[in-house]
Design a protein around this ligand. Sequence first.
Ligand SMILES: *[C@@H]1O[C@H](CO)[C@@H](O)[C@H](O)[C@H]1NC(C)=O
Ligand SMILES: *[C@@H]1O[C@H](CO)[C@@H](O)[C@H](O)[C@H]1NC(C)=O
Ligand SMILES: *[C@@H]1O[C@H](CO)[C@@H](O)[C@H](O)[C@H]1NC(C)=O
Ligand SMILES: *[C@@H]1O[C@H](CO)[C@@H](O)[C@H](O)[C@H]1NC(C)=O
Ligand SMILES: *[C@@H]1O[C@H](CO)[C@@H](O)[C@H](O)[C@H]1NC(C)=O
Ligand SMILES: *[C@@H]1O[C@H](CO)[C@@H](O)[C@H](O)[C@H]1NC(C)=O
Ligand SMILES: *[C@@H]1O[C@H](CO)[C@@H](O)[C@H](O)[C@H]1NC(C)=O
Ligand SMILES: *[C@@H]1O[C@H](CO)[C@@H](O)[C@H](O)[C@H]1NC(C)=O
Ligand SMILES: *[C@@H]1O[C@H](CO)[C@@H](O)[C@H](O)[C@H]1NC(C)=O
Ligand SMILES: *[C@@H]1O[C@H](CO)[C@@H](O)[C@H](O)[C@H]1NC(C)=O
Ligand SMILES: *[C@@H]1O[C@H](CO)[C@@H](O)[C@H](O)[C@H]1NC(C)=O
Ligand SMILES: *[C@@H]1O[C@H](CO)[C@@H](O)[C@H](O)[C@H]1NC(C)=O
Ligand SMILES: [Cu+2]
Length: 566
Amino acid sequence: MKKMDSILRFLGLILLLMASLLCMAQAKVLHYDFVLKEAKFKKLCSTKSILTVNGTFPGPTIRVNKGDTAFVNVYNQGKYGVTIHWHGVKQPRNPWSDGPENITQCPIKPGKNFTQEIIFSDEEGTLWWHAHSDWTRATVHGAIIISPAPNTNYPFTKPYAEQTIILGEWYKGDVMAIINEALATGGDPNVSDAFTINGEPGDLYACSNATTYRLTVNQGKTYLLRIINSIMNEEQFFGIAKHKLTVVATDAAYTSQFTTDYLMISPGQTMDVLLTANQSAGRYYIVSTPFADTSAPFDNTTTTAILQYNSSKLPSSIPFPTLPTYNNKTAAENFTKRLRSLASNAHPVNVPQSITKRIFMTVSVNQIYCPNASCSGPAGNRLAASLNNISFQSPKIDILEAYYRGLPNVFTKDFPKQPPYYFNFTGTVGNNTIYPSLGTKALIVNYNDSVEIVFQGTNVGAAENHPMHLHGYSFYVVGTGSGNFNNKTDPKSYNLKDPPLVNTVGVPKNGWVTIRFIANNPGVWFMHCHLERHASWGMNTVLIVQNGSTNATSIRPPPKHMPPCS
Ligand SMILES: *[C@@H]1O[C@H](CO)[C@@H](O)[C@H](O)[C@H]1NC(C)=O
Ligand SMILES: *[C@@H]1O[C@H](CO)[C@@H](O)[C@H](O)[C@H]1NC(C)=O
Ligand SMILES: *[C@@H]1O[C@H](CO)[C@@H](O)[C@H](O)[C@H]1NC(C)=O
Ligand SMILES: *[C@@H]1O[C@H](CO)[C@@H](O)[C@H](O)[C@H]1NC(C)=O
Ligand SMILES: *[C@@H]1O[C@H](CO)[C@@H](O)[C@H](O)[C@H]1NC(C)=O
Ligand SMILES: *[C@@H]1O[C@H](CO)[C@@H](O)[C@H](O)[C@H]1NC(C)=O
Ligand SMILES: *[C@@H]1O[C@H](CO)[C@@H](O)[C@H](O)[C@H]1NC(C)=O
Ligand SMILES: *[C@@H]1O[C@H](CO)[C@@H](O)[C@H](O)[C@H]1NC(C)=O
Ligand SMILES: *[C@@H]1O[C@H](CO)[C@@H](O)[C@H](O)[C@H]1NC(C)=O
Ligand SMILES: *[C@@H]1O[C@H](CO)[C@@H](O)[C@H](O)[C@H]1NC(C)=O
Ligand SMILES: *[C@@H]1O[C@H](CO)[C@@H](O)[C@H](O)[C@H]1NC(C)=O
Ligand SMILES: *[C@@H]1O[C@H](CO)[C@@H](O)[C@H](O)[C@H]1NC(C)=O
Ligand SMILES: [Cu+2]
């Protein structure tokens, strides 16, 4: 019996080996060239030059199958140093190509290039790439489409066709000047002047209706829409008049399907939805409008595109969908709470059930004191932001380099596992922790730790929803709630069966959210709010996942040509 068992196990191993060899043989290596350069566009009645990849807005799409590797040679013909990040791509053992400025690399200087190796593993669906230097991502971004591996299928009927929908925005001013001005004065940065769908503002803005994006469909057919929120500072409600949307994936992981009239999508997130053209032949508005439950200034305009049926005779009226109003927190949360992992045999979940590293992290907007009330923020102070009351200070040498080579005085390893003290985080907080401490502190995690992070939104400064993003990982969202997290009662409501697997999660305004993941990807991984102004103010930290005991569980050696730091 025992012998039989071991023979079977041996045969199983051989089969597994053959299968993985086959898979490896199928995985492709692709090459892309990205040229960073200025290009002129006419939008909102005037012409402006913006930084782009290859002169297009949005930039080019990267198409791979699950498990492929892409080499992207980024050549900077622009005016300032830039880096590119592959948002949601885990990059096993390869933080060298992840991209955040001065976290995993120094900027690619004008006239220089850097070839990044993008290693796809279990991601399947839609992700995106974007610049990760100051505010350049406003114009430097594009889609990453990861199709199922050869000889495998979607976990739903193959759609008739697919279309990427990138939600973006347009600033009349120069985005770099806008963030520099805000950081110089300490006040809020100027808001954008329009939102865009695939680069076009749409019918509700001046001088824009001639180029409104149109999605042409055949009646009766089903389409897969890959929706990306690349907007800097606003979450969005998205919907199409008279059509339902069926959510099938988010952040390149399949979800249990559900049908809805609208989506709530945060900056950084992606959602794959099925749309069936099952209405009478006509034109229908596709609409994206902000969810901004905040006292901070925001762009409150609305972008539109048109869903147009293939037909020679179309009625002239174009129905408009009814979307939740900009401050409808209930509508936003009601959507978000419906997200679940698919959790099928082909797409199983692996939620950590017991925890070896527990972190409680407050997420706050703060102020830095300005003498004589000389800044433009509240009370003449400078706006700031923090995690566990530490406002992240960007170093001048990348943390990955410093960590790998043991360089001193670049960062410290003492990011705390809890805030300096507990108070009623979501109550009338007065000036509790209004002034953060400043530091470049990394959170150290052992290889294979089962990590739990509870993000606690606070009412310090201004409360709002914060989309927290972690590089190098996707994580399970096991619980969320309003008010203060109760570490005795709230864990009882965790979903450890089929929670959604994402790379970006909204910490609800004056509420909390709990995430879990296995720290099986050694490296230096940025974690930050994906509202760009909060990231600029320091709502960031770095997770250092230490090496395991073998090469296969350690950071790979660096590539030959990393961009130099000086
Ligand atoms: C970008 O432009 C360069 C030429 O300037 C071209 O060789 C390259 O293929 C383009 N890349 C993409 C992804 O289209
Ligand atoms: C990019 O960099 C590599 C290595 O430094 C170099 O060989 C290559 O010529 C560069 N290509 C461009 C387009 O600058
Ligand atoms: C920001 O907006 C103000 C008011 O409209 C304007 O005066 C200023 O020039 C803008 N700043 C930038 C950098 O565009
Ligand atoms: C755009 O708007 C203008 C002015 O409101 C109108 O004259 C024109 O017909 C519209 N064009 C399209 C393509 O809808
Ligand atoms: C949108 O902005 C305009 C201009 O600042 C303002 O008049 C209007 O009240 C705002 N609407 C909302 C819903 O915030
Ligand atoms: C918020 O949205 C929900 C769902 O769409 C709706 O039932 C509710 O009436 C809205 N609340 C407000 C205050 O508009
Ligand atoms: C929330 O969503 C459920 C479906 O999951 C729906 O039945 C309910 O009416 C929604 N509530 C609000 C306030 O929108
Ligand atoms: C915290 O403040 C909120 C809002 O003022 C209040 O409802 C809640 O009871 C307070 N919680 C505690 C534990 O004091
Ligand atoms: C809170 O700090 C502000 C300055 O930022 C000050 O004007 C105000 O008096 C303080 N409030 C309390 C209750 O201490
Ligand atoms: C649980 O929360 C309380 C405050 O509500 C805090 O004092 C305590 O340290 C927490 N315990 C753990 C194990 O985190
Ligand atoms: C582990 O990696 C190091 C550095 O790349 C290399 O020198 C060594 O040979 C590797 N060891 C094994 C067992 O592969
Ligand atoms: C990153 O480091 C470079 C030096 O390599 C420096 O010029 C740049 O200002 C730094 N960026 C940030 C955001 O601190
Ligand atoms: Cu934020």
